[in-house]
Design a protein around this ligand. Structure first.
Ligand SMILES: NC(=O)c1ccc[n+]([C@@H]2O[C@H](COP(=O)([O-])OP(=O)(O)OC[C@H]3O[C@@H](n4cnc5c(N)ncnc54)[C@H](OP(=O)(O)O)[C@@H]3O)[C@@H](O)[C@H]2O)c1
Length: 286
């Protein structure tokens, strides 16, 4: 599996599988197909309520732990120094893991600076290899970076051809922060997947429109973590490393940006919802 180098010296696989909204019962089969197809990276989160199942699937794979890149996220209700320290230990217990490769603070709310300090300490304690952020706007990102000792190694942002976030991506790249695009397929949006340009390029390279989109992400320097429970999709989403788009083709896809996001809650609503969510993850996911 090809990797990107992170600003902390670690490597992250360019391709992983995301398990957002995948029920625990479906995680095992999906990850077994993924490992079989060559994936070595999984993206979960406390709020996906499937970390126990992810940990079990990793162990059941029989692959050495160090061959699998395990990423998870702690929710904003645990964004204080003390709560984050506890949340990290609980997360490791649910995953049945001694460490995670990547830990992200899931949202930009709460005392994210205090939470970040606890994350930095978790790196020093060997519980976490790399730390990063998810869904931070420019203002909160600059606030965090101005106080941090360790810069974010990875930032997850919504990203697909209709919503490319060029400025944010370039700012992150100046920090040496690798971008992971979530909703890389616009959450399977039919209009996006049916864009004639992807069919045209797919025909040229003997690839599907989805493979063309995922290849564009990779060549644009972003990690992709497409979500799927369909064995055929899981396999084909991994077949991205035997073709390359030209610069002109990359530019044509860049020109498709229409500033259209698929996750679109106003920030005030988001903050109220996100800060009042229950955090009883241990009981709710088995
Ligand atoms: N940091 C954050 O706040 C955040 C937010 C959202 C997501 N994420 C992460 O990003 C990952 C990816 O996002 P996502 O899964 O929500 O959206 P996505 O990857 O953009 O799209 C997933 C959808 O596309 C379909 N799909 C996948 N491969 C396909 C293929 N080859 N052909 C046709 N359809 C295909 C899937 O259906 P099938 O199952 O039928 O294949 C599913 O409905 C998540 O799993 C999660 O790990 C992070």
């Amino acid at each position: 599996m090809e990797t990107f180098r992170l600003n902390d010296g670690n490597q992250i696989p360019k391709l992983g599988i995301g398990v957002n909204q995948v029920r625990s019962a479906d995680v095992g089969p999906a990850l077994a197909h993924a490992f079989e197809a060559g994936y070595r990276s999984v993206d979960t989160a406390n709020t996906y309520l499937n970390e126990v199942a992810v940990g079990r699937a990793v162990r059941d794979s029989g692959l050495p732990r160090e061959e699998i890149y395990l990423a998870t996220k702690v929710w904003s209700t645990d964004s204080t120094y003390r709560r984050m320290a506890v949340a990290i230990d609980r997360t490791l217990e649910r995953l049945g893991a001694d460490y995670v490769d990547l830990l992200l603070v899931h949202q930009q709310y709460g005392d994210y600076n205090g939470a970040w300090t606890a994350m930095e300490e978790a790196v020093a304690a060997g519980k976490v290899r790399s730390i990063g952020i998810s869904n931070f706007n420019h203002r909160r990102l600059t606030d965090l970076v101005s106080r941090a000792t360790v810069l974010p190694a990875v930032a997850q942002i919504e990203r697909h051809p209709y919503f490319q976030q060029r400025e944010q991506k370039e700012f992150l790249e100046r920090l040496g922060t690798v971008v992971t695009g979530w909703f890389p397929l616009g959450r399977g949006d039919r209009e996006l997947l049916a864009e004639p340009l992807f069919a045209e390029l797919g025909q040229k390279y003997g690839k599907s429109p989805v493979q063309v989109i995922l290849r564009w992400h990779l060549q644009d320097g972003t990690v992709v973590i497409p979500g799927s429970t369909d064995p055929a999709h899981i396999r084909s989403n991994s077949e991205l490393f035997d073709f390359a788009l030209t610069t002109q083709e990359m530019d044509r896809i860049a020109a498709m940006d229409r500033n259209k996001r698929f996750h679109n809650l106003p920030e005030l609503v988001e903050r109220v919802i996100f800060q009042s969510m229950r955090t009883d993850y241990d009981k709710r996911q088995r």
